[in-house]
Design a binder for this molecule. Structure first.
Ligand SMILES: [Mg+2]
Length: 367
C-alpha cells in the first residue's frame, strides 16, 4: 500500500500558523509583494470558498473580496517547512518520496494497520507545524493521491478492495492525477464523468502499480562541489556595463551547467582581478537555491555592490556556484514558472545550435 500526504493549502496555512491574526480568514499569497499587481499563488480555504483560486490575478481576487488578507510569498519559508516535514516523515522508517513541495509518499510495505499509521502521520505533522495534511492510502500512488483529495482538508481516506467501486463511482474524473486538463476533457467529452466510468473503459489505467514507486530521498554522492566559469578579458576594462555583461554571460553559462546536471545552488561567489584590486573574491549564501542565470547574476551584482570597489579596472572575472543540491522543486511562483518555460526553450536552442546561440541581450556587449 502507498500512503500519500498532501498538505492542505500549504503556503496559506504556513502563513496562518505563523500569524494567528490570519487564521480562518480569506487570505491570498501573492507571487510578488505588490498586492494589486500580482498573481494568486495560493489561497486559504476561506478564500477558496469564495471562489478565489491560484492563478487568478490579485486584482480579480480583491474584486471578489475587498477585505482579503494579503501576504507576499516567501519561498524559503515554504521550502524550509517542506524539508522539515520530510525529516519528520523519515522517522517512520519507511521508503519515502518527495512528490512535490507539499506532497510526500510512503511505501507501507505490508504495514498491518495503515489507517492508524495515517492518523499518526497527520497528528505528528499538526503537532509539529500547526498545519493540517490530508492523507490517502491505496494500492498504488495514483489511487493514493486521488484518495488524499477526496476528504480535503484534514482528511484521511483509504481505498481498498471493498470500497474500490463505491469510491470510484463517487469521485469525479478531474480528481484523478493527470485528468485536470486536456486529457480529462477528452474523456469527459466521451461521456465519462466519474473515475468508475474510466475504470470500466480503461481498467489498466488503475493497474496494480502504474509508475513505479521510486524513492528519491537518497542524496547522490557524486554531486560536484561547485560549478564555475571564468574569463580573462583581452585588455583592462573599466566600463561597468561591459563588466556587468560579462558577469551576466558567466552567470548564464554556470546556470546552464547546473541545469544540465539537475542541480540548484545556494551560494554565489564572485571573483574579480585587476591592477588596483588584485584578487577580489566574496560570496553570499541565500536561503533559496536557484539554477536561473538571471538570479545568479543578480546575486553576483549584489556582492559587487557591497564591496568597496568603485569602478575598478578589471582584467578577469569568475562566477562560481556552490552549496549545490538536487533541483527537486519545480518553480513555485507563476512569474518563475513563466521564466522557467523561457529558460527551457533557450536551453533547447543552445543545445541544438551550439552553446551561445542565444543569450540575453546584455551579453552582446561582450562580443
Ligand atoms: Mg496540497
Amino acid at each position: 500500500m502507498i500512503l500519500h500526504v498532501d498538505m492542505d493549502a500549504f503556503f496559506a496555512s504556513i502563513e496562518q500558523a505563523i500569524n494567528p491574526r490570519l487564521k480562518d480568514k480569506p487570505l491570498i499569497i501573492g507571487s510578488r509583494g505588490n498586492k494589486m499587481h500580482t498573481v494568486v499563488c495560493a489561497a486559504s480555504y476561506a478564500a477558496k470558498a469564495l471562489g478565489i483560486h491560484s492563478g487568478m490575478s490579485s486584482r480579480e481576487a480583491f474584486t471578489i473580496c475587498s477585505n482579503l488578507e494579503f501576504v507576499a510569498a516567501d519561498q524559503s519559508k515554504y521550502i524550509w517547512t517542506s524539508e522539515q516535514i520530510f525529516e519528520l516523515l523519515k522517522s517512520f522508517n519507511l521508503p519515502l518520496n518527495y512528490a512535490s513541495i507539499d506532497e510526500f509518499q510512503m511505501d507501507l510495505i505490508g504495514h498491518q494497520d495503515p489507517v492508524s499509521l495515517g492518523k499518526e502521520v497527520k497528528e505528528k505533522i499538526y503537532a509539529n507545524f500547526n498545519i493540517t495534511a490530508s492523507v490517502g492510502i491505496a494500492k498504488n500512488w495514483l489511487l493514493a493521491k486521488m484518495a488524499s483529495k477526496i476528504n480535503k482538508p484534514n482528511g484521511l481516506t483509504l481505498i481498498n478492495d471493498s470500497n474500490f467501486e463505491q469510491v470510484l463511482r463517487q469521485t469525479s474524473l478531474d480528481k484523478l492525477c493527470g485528468m485536470g486538463g486536456k486529457t480529462g476533457q477528452i474523456f469527459m467529452a466521451q461521456g465519462m464523468k466519474s473515475c468508475w466510468d474510466l475504470y470500466l473503459n480503461l481498467p489498466r489505467f488503475f493497474d496494480e502499480n502504474p509508475g513505479k514507486f521510486e524513492e528519491n530521498s537518497g542524496k547522490s554522492s557524486e554531486r560536484p562541489k561547485s560549478v564555475s566559469h571564468s574569463y580573462t578579458l583581452p585588455k583592462f576594462q573599466i566600463n561597468p556595463q561591459i563588466i556587468q555583461a560579462w558577469i551576466r554571460l558567466l552567470s548564464e553559462m554556470v546556470a546552464a551547467r547546473l541545469r544540465q546536471q539537475n542541480l540548484v545552488s545556494a551560494t554565489v561567489h564572485l571573483w574579480l582581478n585587476g591592477p588596483e584590486i588584485g584578487n577580489f573574491g566574496a560570496q553570499k549564501t541565500h536561503r533559496g537555491s536557484t539554477s536561473d542565470g538571471y538570479e545568479i547574476y543578480q546575486r553576483a551584482l549584489k556582492i559587487m555592490a557591497k564591496s568597496s570597489l568603485k569602478n575598478p579596472k578589471i582584467r578577469a572575472i569568475g562566477v562560481t556556484c556552490s552549496s549545490l543540491s538536487e533541483g527537486i522543486y519545480n518553480p513555485l511562483l507563476s512569474e518563475e514558472i513563466r521564466r522557467e518555460g523561457l529558460i527551457k526553450a533557450l536551453d533547447r536552442i543552445n543545445n541544438r545550435f551550439g552553446e551561445g546561440s542565444i543569450y540575453p541581450a546584455i551579453t552582446v556587449l561582450t562580443r
